[in-house]
Each structure stands twice: as C-alpha cells, then as structure tokens.
Design a protein around this ligand. Structure first.
Ligand code: DP6
Length: 371
C-alpha cells in the first residue's frame, strides 16, 4: 500500500508559534466499517452521510520548544484540563509522526468542545480526530509555505492534497474519522466500481446523487447515554476469526454496489432495505462473535418496531440505522420533515433517556473557523 505521498519532503520550521481552529462533524455510516487490519485499514469499504450539527471544534495552539525529545501537549475539553485524553492523543501522535515531522518541535495546546453532550453515547472520536487532523494539516501547510528554501510559490499544497492527507491522518486516529472531512456522502475503502476509492482515506462520493437524498434528515434518539459497552478496538477485533466475517465483508461490497444505483435513481425503498439490513447485520456480527455482546436495549427494539409500524401505516420512507450502541439514528427525506418530527415526538421520544434526542441533517464537512 502506497502512503509515500503523505511523507513530506524535509522542511525547516521557522515559525515560532501560532494557532488554528477547525470544526468537524460526526458522520453516520450507511454501509458499516466493522473489522480492520493494522492501522485502521478497513476490511471492507463503507459509505456515510456527513452530519452537520453534531460536531467538535478544536483549537490547536503551538509554540516552539527547545528540545525535540518527546511529544509535549495538553488537552482541554470545554476549558477543563483532561489528562485522561492524553494517552489516546499520544498514540495518535506516534502513528502520524512519520508524516508530520514537526510534531516533536512544538508544544501543543489542544482545546476542544463538542456540540453534543460528552455523555450522550455519541462517539466524539470521528469529529474529534478529524478536527485535530485538519488543525495539524494547517500547521504543516503554514510551515511548508514559510520555508523559503522549498519554494516561494504560496500554493505548494493543493486543497485536494490537504484534505486527502487530513483524511489519511484522521484514519490513523480513528477509522471512521476519515469520513468526516467532506460531505455530503463519503466513501472509504477500496471498491472496484468507485474510482479513486482507497483504504487509506475517505473520498467524496463521486457519482450522481438524486435530489431525494439532498438535506436528508437524521434525528438521533438517545436511548442510552452511558459509556460505550464495547470499545471500537475491542469491537473490530471481534471480526478476527469470526465465523461469518468473510461473507460479511463480501456483503458490504455488494451493498455499496447496489447503493450506486439507489443514489442515482433516488430509490428510497431499496435504500431503506440496505441501510436497515446493514445496521442489523452489524449488531448480528456482535451477537455471533466470541465473546458475544448485545448492544441494543429494549427501547432500541421498541423504536425499531414503531418505525416499521409507522412505515406500513403511512407509506413513509423513514428508516433507522445504528452504530455500535443502543442509540437509534432515524433517517428520512426532507419532504417528510414535519410528518416524521410529529411521529418522533408523539411515539418515539418516550423511549429516549430523559426524553433526549438531537435533530441533525446531512452536512458538508470540516470548516476552518480561524487562524
Ligand atoms: C460501528 O471508527 O470508532 O461506527 O477505527 O477503532 O477508531 P476505530 O473504530 P471506529 O469504528 C466505527 C464503527 C461503526 C461503523 C462505522 O462508522 O462505519
């Protein structure tokens, strides 16, 4: 696998200090990434909707330090120092060091905040790692542009390269994070029918998408706001030696192939079939692994049954997906907004912990807030 394009030519960092702020959203997979090789190389391709409101904003401040011995950084969440976040970031820095040679030259202050509550059961790793990757790329771009020996051309790094390398780095932090930088649909993982798709980074879905999918809605029902029962590392590992793993990886390729036509034609019935089957297959994989887990809660099943009954009674195109937890993502087209919101309020909110839910919509990825 070729990752050389992401190893930069040597540059001297003449900049003393600076700061960048990026926001980056979460994403919800339609075809799921479940099972990985070393360094978050996925076992199968996946595709996701980028979200809009659920996001992390990260400010990365950097100042030159004397020695280049160890990584030096502090992490803050909503202004509070978070030393328990440090090991994850230390691991991330180790993994990306070869691609960002300036990492040991600076002390970093990483200030982060999420629009969704920390204890909402919504994983912040996709939005958090992608926001941090964008900040780090901004630093690299600045250093390269300021290195007069490299070139006087201010456009050394193209926007396409910037985003591709940021996605590559984000993947090394958390696999699904590489799908958060752009929108509204992102593919990650090599797929035969999708030119440019790669196991190394996410790409914007390159084909035609029907207007039925524009501004698609995602209402996240918070069924269980606790810490994740199964960490993603443990979860992905369950696919090693799993009796159904190879068939599952094949199925993901097939589902992504089918979605190409679905996206083009706006075929919402087949979309529902694939998306709900993907969600249930993800959970079925967990139930059939050793050790086995049930991550759905009774209220998850109540919600699924209510959605099915509503669809049957009203011909609505509402459907659900799940990530590796009990919360339910309710997906529906924009033209059903009023009808489905009414249904959610009347029939589904009762199954949410403290009645909490988050209304989101498809978005377009990371944004530079300031530098
Ligand atoms: C079920 O990206 O959290 O949400 O690469 O170990 O950080 P790591 O895993 P992570 O896994 C996400 C799994 C999923 C499906 C998906 O988002 O595709």
């Amino acid at each position: 696998m070729k990752d050389e394009p992401f190893t930069p030519q040597a540059y001297t960092s003449s900049i003393e200090s600076g700061s960048f702020t990026w926001s980056s959203p979460s994403n919800i997979a339609l075809v799921k990434y479940w099972g990985k090789k070393e360094q978050q190389i996925p076992q199968n391709p996946s595709v996701s909707f980028t979200l809009d409101h659920c996001k992390t904003t990260t400010t990365l401040s950097f100042s030159k330090k004397e020695d280049q011995d160890a990584f030096s950084f502090d992490v803050f969440l909503d202004g509070d120092k978070k030393d328990d976040f440090k090991p994850k970031i230390e691991t991330f820095f180790k993994r990306i060091e070869a691609y960002l040679p300036f990492l040991r030259n600076y002390h970093f202050k990483i200030g982060t905040s999420n629009t969704f509550p920390h204890s909402s059961g919504i994983a912040s790793s996709a939005s958090g790692m992608s926001a941090l990757a964008m900040c780090l790329m901004s630093v690299e771009k600045l250093l390269m542009e300021s290195d007069t020996a490299l070139s006087t051309d201010k456009s050394i790094m193209s926007d396409d390269f910037f985003i591709q390398k940021a996605s590559f780095l984000a993947r090394l932090g958390s696999g699904s994070a590489c799908r958060s930088l752009e929108g509204d649909l992102v593919v990650w993982g090599k797929h035969n029918e999708i030119d440019g798709s790669s196991d190394l980074f996410g790409i914007k879905y390159p084909f035609e998408v029907h207007k039925n999918f524009k501004n698609y809605q995602d209402t996240i029902l918070l069924v269980d706001k606790g810490e994740k029962q199964v960490s993603s590392t443990v979860g992905h590992n369950l696919m090693h030696g799993h009796p159904f793993a190879q068939e599952r990886f094949k199925q993901a390729h097939k589902n992504l192939s089918s979605l190409i036509r679905v996206f083009k034609e706006g075929d919402l019935d087949t979309f529902i079939e694939i998306v709900e089957s993907e969600a249930l297959t993800l959970h079925a994989m967990m139930m059939a692994s050793m050790p086995y887990f049930i991550l759905m809660k009774p209220n998850t099943l109540e919600i699924i049954n209510k959605i099915w009954a509503f669809r049957q009674a009203t011909n609505s195109k509402v459907c659900f997906t799940l990530d590796a937890g009990a919360n339910v993502h309710v997906l529906y087209p924009e033209n059903e907004l009023d009808k489905v919101c009414e249904f959610i309020k009347n029939e589904l909110v009762a199954y949410c912990q403290n009645g909490h839910y988050i209304c989101d919509v498809i978005g377009f990825g990371a944004k530079l807030i300031n530098n």
